[in-house]
Write a protein that binds this ligand. Structure first.
Ligand code: ASP
Length: 346
């Protein structure tokens, strides 16, 4: 299945072969992501990076990925500084921007808006998050992270147990991740969320229809030793009404004490980020920061090679990567955080 010239709107567009292709190319591009090699296969190409909703990681990651391939980036952030604030329709914006760029990454607060935008133009559009809809590139990098962490500890995605925690109703990264994981074999999904934030029923049905096990809990149990991955998410406050009430509390915080008591020594702990650092948010605790089971920063780093791979496949230059790689001449770090393991060489 080729994605050449295509918009990426949903993970439904990826079968397992396409996922494997993407991951193979991402692995090839890891030395570029880690600043040990460089390439300019997208020299002259332009990405329009359009973000009409808050973002740090995704916006910068799209930008860095495109630039590390030698391309350049034009961007706009928020409605205030775009002509949409002057009443311009998404139709006019999309038609105009299509004349300026080779590919567009678009984030917008309305579910389905990225698809509408993409339908009106002839250049590929990547959904960088459409309201509570989907966030395909985040879940592809999440899956890449699971695959990479599992290959280090000798596990496979097939037959694994993934616990997904938090705001499963509004979390678009969760929606995309579930749709990707059901493509694997004999999975077990453990969903931990207050009932008012439960995973939408169509996604629960999809899990069961695809023959996977589904366990729904409102709290963590005292021992969940079969869990291979914990995928935590924050409460999506920006999508909740002012009078929304939930019984989130201290006991829902994933901290070191809970992880030690509940999970095994090789569980992989993930989060799409940002973590909500407000005391009352009860989000993934910082006391896990030096625990090697916490994969969140490795996960965020993986956004670069995965997005690079996607760009090379959409723009049809993936076959030119190997011959284009050169060693960098500038100083590059062996690790980016003080507590990080060094980049594996080779
Ligand atoms: N960064 C992710 C998103 O844009 C997760 C989040 O915001 O909680 O959906």
């Amino acid at each position: 299945m080729s994605i050449l010239g295509q918009s990426i709107l949903s993970v439904d567009q990826f079968d397992r072969d396409a996922i494997q292709d993407l991951f193979r190319i991402a692995r090839l591009l890891e030395p570029v992501a880690q600043r040990r090699q460089r390439t300019d296969i997208l020299s002259g190409a332009v990405l329009a990076n359009l973000f009409f909703e808050a973002s740090t990681r995704t916006r910068l990651s799209f930008c860095a990925a495109f630039q590390r391939l030698g391309g350049s980036v034009s961007d706009t952030t928020g409605f205030t500084f775009s002509s949409i604030s002057k009443g311009e329709s998404l139709y006019d914006s999309s038609r105009v921007i299509a004349g300026y760029a080779d590919v567009i990454a678009l984030r917008h607060p309305e579910e389905g808006s990225v698809k509408t935008f993409a339908e009106r133009i002839n250049i590929p559009v990547i959904n960088a998050g459409d309201g509570i809809g989907e966030h395909p590139t985040q879940s592809l990098l999440d899956l890449y992270t699971i695959d990479k962490e599992f290959s280090r500890i000798g596990k496979t995605i097939d037959n694994s147990t993934v616990l997904i925690f938090g705001d499963l109703k509004h979390g678009r990264t969760v929606h995309s991740l579930v749709k990707l994981l059901v493509k694997y074999r004999s999975m077990k999904f453990v969903l931990v969320a207050p009932s008012e934030l439960a995973l939408p029923s169509d996604l629960q049905t999809l899990i069961v229809e695809q023959g996977h096990q589904l366990e729904i809990c409102t709290h963590f149990k005292s021992a969940m030793k079969d869990v291979d991955v914990v995928y935590a998410t924050r409460l999506q406050k920006e999508r909740l009404s002012a009078d929304f009430k939930t019984n989130y509390g201290e006991e829902m915080t994933i901290n070191k004490a809970l992880v030690d008591k509940t999970f095994t020594s090789d569980v992989v702990i993930m989060h799409p980020l940002p973590r909500d650092s407000a005391q009352t948010a009860f989000d993934l605790s910082t006391d896990l920061n030096t625990d090697p089971r916490l994969a969140i920063f490795r996960q965020a780093d993986n956004g670069i090679p995965v997005r690079m791979a996607l760009f090379t496949m959409i723009l049809g230059v993936a076959d030119n990567i190997a011959g284009s790689l050169k060693d960098v001449q500038w100083h590059s770090p062996r690790k980016t955080g003080k507590d990080d393991a060094e980049f594996p060489v080779g």
